[in-house]
Ligand binder design. Structure first.
Ligand code: ATP
Length: 195
């Protein structure tokens, strides 16, 4: 079984994440994609604006009613800094029959050589890299040792980040349609990014 992991801070989850996951699912022939919010990502140690509980709620709402997508609270439950190598080592013990594909945007593809224990991690899983405006996910940027572990997939370019959504909200601008509808409802009701 081939399972994609869409990991992210998801502060908040937005349509760029959803489209990336859908394109990876289709192009790599995955059985499912699990959306896994990080607890504390190693590369962003400042606090998230929404709480872990709120980020989880938004992820659950985003994937609701889509059987090929599933919310996965593994790193939130584990707590601490979310190093992908540690997470994957545990996951492989728990799900021995699964081959995991970690889905990443082009910004993360560039950053991959710096990931904690990347050499060992690349022997355990595959990566699917997607385009993102401003970044080129080219194999030539990767050291040879990583190239076999990464496959590239295409998606319509979505010029959107969680940071830009928080920024728009703080300016009182609408974020409707930039996040899934049920996530939009939650952000409005909870006020988690301000009024
Ligand atoms: P922030 O603005 O808070 O840094 P972000 O929008 O980059 O957040 P993350 O939750 O950090 O979102 O991203 C999770 C994953 O989704 C990363 O691999 C990232 O590259 C990818 N991703 C996020 N936005 C896009 C997008 N618009 N297009 C393609 N990939 C994306």
């Amino acid at each position: 079984m081939k399972v994609g992991i869409m990991g992210g801070t998801f502060d908040p989850i937005h349509i760029g994440h959803m489209i990336a996951a859908q394109c990876a699912y289709e192009q790599a022939g995955l059985s499912e994609v699990w959306f896994m919010p990080t607890n504390v990502p190693p590369h962003k140690q400042q606090a998230t604006m929404a709480s872990s509980g709120q980020r989880w709620e938004m992820v659950c709402r985003a994937v609701e009613g889509q059987p090929h997508f599933r919310p996965f609270d593994f790193e939130l439950k584990k707590g601490g800094i979310s190093y992908t190598f540690d997470t994957i080592s545990l996951l492989l013990k728990e799900y021995p029959g699964i081959h995991f594909y970690y889905i990443i945007g082009a910004d993360m593809v560039q950053f991959l050589p710096k990931w904690y224990k990347i050499g060992e991690l690349a022997k355990l899983i595959s990566f699917i890299g997607l385009q993102r405006p401003g970044y080129t996910p080219g194999m030539e940027q990767l050291p040879e040792s990583l190239r076999d572990a990464v496959e590239l997939a295409t998606m319509p370019l979505i010029e959107l980040s969680s940071t830009s959504i928080r920024q728009r909200k703080s300016e009182g601008r609408t974020i409707r349609h930039l996040v899934p509808d049920r996530v939009h409802e939650y952000i409005e009701e909870s006020g988690c990014y301000g009024p």
